[in-house]
Design a protein around this ligand. Structure first.
Ligand code: NAP
Length: 254
């Protein structure tokens, strides 16, 4: 493993959706490498055990209950981080939702808006809040956790697929607009990773086998297999990289 301690120690980081899965693995790595880590999830009862575990391992953890789709929660998160740390060096927009499986033409506007609010508007608005501070300090790294479903159409997951495509274009537009201020913006596009989010696919052998037969590495991934790529994008190790998408999917798009 690379010496991320050198790159991430003391960085003020935010990882949204860090109560489990990919976000928890990222928060754990950041903390292990000496970063200060603000973690979010919707409920304190889910956040607190993660915060206790990581704090117990010596990390500086700031748990903040924040529903990504609620403007008032995002503003409270911003105020809390400003008052504790005075700003951020790294934002990892990881929290996302996908409450429905339905053809896009039959997706209710209520579900559509919930997905876009949480997966696109939330990340954008958090970035908007912290960018002035990053611009003032002349540095910042934003890492958006998208999906291969944002690169290729995912029938049955249309609203989610569109939200991740939007997140990828948001990443590229921001890279163009913020590069001159010293702020970089990149994305990760994971394939199938074993978490609660993807458990439905694991419960159907037929669908799982169908999916995996298109993966050259012949298996799904684990959250830990994304973590070092996020460390790379978050840190100065990737100082000449912005607007890029790292696809980590076992090769399924080759
Ligand atoms: N797993 C995969 O196969 C896969 C593939 C490609 C991309 N991704 C992406 O990876 C990211 C993480 O997914 P995961 O697989 O780790 O999922 P997960 O295990 O279900 O974790 C999702 C996290 O997001 C939080 N969250 C959910 N809705 C939220 C909201 N409205 N506001 C704030 N936090 C919210 C959850 O916390 P609470 O429930 O405690 O609020 C939880 O911490 C997502 O962006 C997902 O789209 C996953």
């Amino acid at each position: 493993m690379a010496d991320w301690t050198r790159d991430l120690a003391g960085k003020r980081t935010l990882v949204t959706g860090a109560t489990r899965g990919i976000g928890e693995a990222i928060a754990e790595a950041f903390s292990r490498f000496g970063a200060k880590v603000a973690i979010t999830g919707r409920k304190p009862e889910s956040l607190d055990p993660v915060a206790a575990r990581l704090s117990g391992e010596g990390g500086e953890i700031l748990p903040i209950a924040c529903h990504n789709g609620r403007a008032e929660d995002r503003e409270a998160l911003f105020q809390k981080i400003q008052s504790e740390w005075g700003g951020l060096d790294v934002i990892v927009n990881n929290a996302a939702t996908n409450p429905i499986m339905a053809p896009l033409a039959e997706t209710s506007l209520e579900a559509w808006e919930k997905i876009q609010n949480t997966n696109v508007t939330g990340p954008l608005n958090l970035i908007q809040k912290f960018v002035p501070g990053m611009a003032e300090q002349g540095s910042g790294s934003i890492v958006n956790i998208a999906s291969v479903a944002g690169l290729e159409p995912a029938p049955g997951l249309g609203a989610y697929s569109v939200s991740k495509a939007a997140l990828l274009m948001l990443t590229k537009v921001l890279a163009r607009e913020l590069g001159g201020k010293g702020i970089r913006c990149n994305a990760i596009a994971p394939g199938l990773i074993e978490t609660k989010f993807s458990e439905a696919l694991f419960q159907s052998k037929f669908h799982y086998d169908h999916f995996i037969q298109n993966v050259p590495l012949g298996r799904h991934g684990q959250p830990e297999e994304l973590v070092e790529a996020v460390c790379y994008l978050a840190s100065e190790t990737s100082s000449y990289m912005t607007g890029q998408v790292l696809v980590i999917d076992g090769g399924s798009r080759v």
